[in-house]
Design a protein around this ligand. Structure first.
Ligand SMILES: Nc1nc2c(ncn2[C@@H]2O[C@H](COP(=O)(O)OP(=O)(O)OP(=O)(O)O)[C@@H](O)[C@H]2O)c(=O)[nH]1
Ligand SMILES: [Mg+2]
Length: 302
């Protein structure tokens, strides 16, 4: 018992840095939604990873970016909360990017110690990677360590976890070591449907969509999932449904496949689409959907 370590790690970085992909990679399980499009993650998600006698709780966060939209303020607040609660921050920067987002992060004078992860290293040559690593030289008194990774390289996981272990305090496990997340299965289902929306529908529609799991009926061999996608405008509803229901069908199939994989059961899925005018800007509706904005906390970091 006394050898056990456990700690919370906030995974942060600008939209599209690879935060959600990192969680899935660490778990070897698809728990967080991933998209080519930026600003995919809306709410904090967690992945519980056991490594020897250490229990890591990785907290995925929405990418840090500035925006006036009320919903985006909620997303920023989610990230700030995760940083405040963490023992360690993992700051992610794609190897292809400039250091600007890291400099912005440092300018906020984070109190929690941090490790920098240079992500998507498979996308650059070794020479470029070395150049990028050397760009961090002037900042080395700020971070604990700097680690290049790629989710395409499975064998890097042990190295990463060995390194991170050093910064986790001795503490009894917070959760049952068998658990991979405290997320409810219905929250994961909702994220799968959101990922499908990001995959098949372009422009503003994914950002104007919210997924509610209305009901899950479980039985031994088959789960029935009833979901509603809320959009902001009537025309977005038409886009999501598609001609003769083509698009919503594709969304359903894509999400269903991921659901079947994670629960190892057959899934029946029914998705309805509803319009709730301008919900992303409406405080009352956001609160109802659990996407509440605490303005005080937001202004603290302005
Ligand atoms: N080539 C390559 N692509 C990656 C890697 N990690 C992530 N990606 C891709 O980068 C894109 C963004 O990944 P996400 O994990 O959704 O990024 P995120 O930081 O969670 O983004 P937000 O939720 O929008 O803040 C996706 O298309 C991923 O497939 C990597 O190591 N190598
Ligand atoms: Mg994400």
């Amino acid at each position: 018992m006394s050898e056990q370590k456990a700690g919370f790690i906030a995974v942060i970085g600008k939209p599209n840095a690879g935060k959600s992909s990192l969680l899935n990679w660490l778990l070897d399980e698809k728990i967080a939604m991933v998209s080519k499009k930026a600003n995919a993650t809306r709410k904090r998600t967690n992945a519980i990873v056991m490594h020897g006698l250490t229990q890591f709780i990785f907290i995925d966060t929405p990418g840090i970016h500035e925006s006036e939209r009320l919903l985006n303020k909620f997303m920023l607040e989610e990230t700030i909360k995760a940083m405040g609660d963490a023992d360690l921050i993992l700051f992610l920067l794609p190897a292809t990017d400039s250091l600007q987002s890291y400099k912005d992060f440092l300018s906020k004078e984070p109190k929690t110690p941090h490790v920098v992860l240079l992500t998507k290293c498979d996308k650059v040559t070794n020479k470029k990677l070395l150049e990028k690593l050397s760009e961090f030289e002037p900042y080395k008194s700020n971070f604990k360590t700097l680690i290049p990774i790629s989710v395409k390289h499975k064998n890097a996981k042990n190295y990463l976890l060995n390194e991170l272990q050093k910064f986790i305090p001795k503490h009894p496990y917070f959760y049952d070591p068998e658990l991979i997340s405290t997320q409810m299965m219905r929250e994961i289902y909702a994220e799968y449907i959101r990922e499908a929306v990001f995959e098949f529908v372009s422009d503003e529609v994914p950002y104007s969509s919210h997924v509610i799991i209305d009901k899950v009926e479980e039985s031994e061999k088959l789960d029935k999932v009833y979901a509603t996608i809320i959009v902001e405008k009537e025309n977005q509803k038409n886009i999501l449904i598609g001609q003769g229901g083509k698009t919503i069908k594709k969304i359903g199939i894509y999400a269903r496949e991921m659901m079947e994989k994670i629960v190892n059961k057959q899934i029946f899925i029914k998705i309805s689409v509803n319009c709730s005018r301008n919900w992303t800007k409406n405080e009352k509706i956001l609160t109802k959907l659990g996407l509440f904005v605490n303005k005080k906390a937001f202004f603290m970091i302005q």
